[in-house]
Design a protein around this ligand. Structure first.
Ligand code: HEC
Length: 167
């Protein structure tokens, strides 16, 4: 009996099940919503260096420079820590932008003390736009919060080491 064909079918369907299918139209609409409504405060992506600098500022009680809100890649990674599944993530974002409050937020406390709670920008926004921007936030980024934190700490230890060596 030829075993190859059933195996190919089996693995083919497993791959098909796990391959992430992105709804391009929704994703693009989400990016437009982001650019028009969110980008004025949330930059799209902070590099590890930016993240590291912001963390140093926060640790010494200073406001992160040149930004008015946490960068979107950090926000997305942070929310995924609490709501890893897409439907809950999307629900959370839609609700938060409509009725933001410190109580329900999952950002680090420093975000609220340096920037304040975000305005209810989602009020009056069409439901479909909220859905799209939340969808975009979920699929745009693949960073993992814990990993980013580890990398930033590594970067900072390295800097400390360099400083000590230079003294
Ligand atoms: C006027 C500035 C401003 C605009 C515009 C803005 N945000 Fe925010 N956003 C903030 C600030 C500041 C925070 C951090 C404090 C907080 O979480 O409320 C934040 C936090 C968030 C969070 C994390 C919530 C939490 O605390 O767990 C989400 C999600 C978010 N923003 C989504 C959006 C989306 C989507 C848009 C556009 C539709 C948007 N924001 C527009 C300022 C803004």
């Amino acid at each position: 009996m030829n075993i190859i064909k059933p195996l190919t079918l089996l693995f083919g369907s497993i791959l098909f099940t796990f391959a992430e299918e992105i709804d391009e139209t929704l994703f693009k609409r989400g990016y437009e919503v982001y650019k028009n409504n969110c980008s004025i405060c949330h930059i799209e992506k902070a590099t590890l260096r930016d993240f590291s600098q912001a963390r140093l500022n926060v640790l010494s009680g200073r406001r992160p420079e040149n930004i008015d809100a946490p960068p979107m890649n950090l926000v997305s990674a942070r929310i995924k820590e609490f709501f890893p599944n897409e439907p809950e993530f999307i629900e959370f974002v839609k609700d938060y932008i409509t009725n933001p409050s410190k109580d329900k937020g999952v950002c680090k406390p420093a975000a609220y003390s340096f920037f304040g709670v975000m305005p209810p920008i989602g009020q009056g926004m069409p439901e479909a736009d909220k859905e799209a921007v939340a969808y975009w936030m979920y699929h745009r980024y693949s960073e993992n919060w814990q990993e980013m934190f580890r990398e930033v700490k590594k970067l900072q230890n390295l800097r400390k080491l360099k400083r000590v060596e230079a003294e």
